[in-house]
Design a protein around this ligand. Sequence first.
Ligand SMILES: [Cu+2]
Length: 158
Amino acid sequence: PSFRLLFLQLDLPKADLTVKVTGHQWYWSYEYPDNGAFSFDSLMVAEADLKPGQPRLLAVDNDVVVPVNKVVRIQVTAADVIHSFALPSFGVKIDALPGRLNESWFQATKEGIYYGQCSELCGKDHAFMPIAIRVVSEEEFASWVETAKQEFAGAAVP
Ligand SMILES: [Cu+2]
């Protein structure tokens, strides 16, 4: 039975939304090709700058925002060395390889913030390039997209 599940895990359902994830030394960048193709970098918040409620080593300046109950396809690659995109709450762990576009997916069934970390030793700040995914309602997502389009307009596409 495990082989069947392993196979099904790699069988991608039809996606409602694609987010392209690129690993860098030492941060992640995200692109939203279905929503105007804006992109942004997501960097860890330093311990001294944490706001109340933000977890140490996991909080970032720009969360990845996705709508609840939607199938989100993630396309994962890397710009320099190998990283790995790991999100325990969604059972996602996939290598980010330079020169290759890997795919995985998740469907969050509850709103909230979900954290992950780089899972491939990638140099000095390997431990300090977290992933933060904020799952919101569809309306909230739509209004975030509008803001993000402006906020991240002209940001260099990785
Ligand atoms: Cu890394």
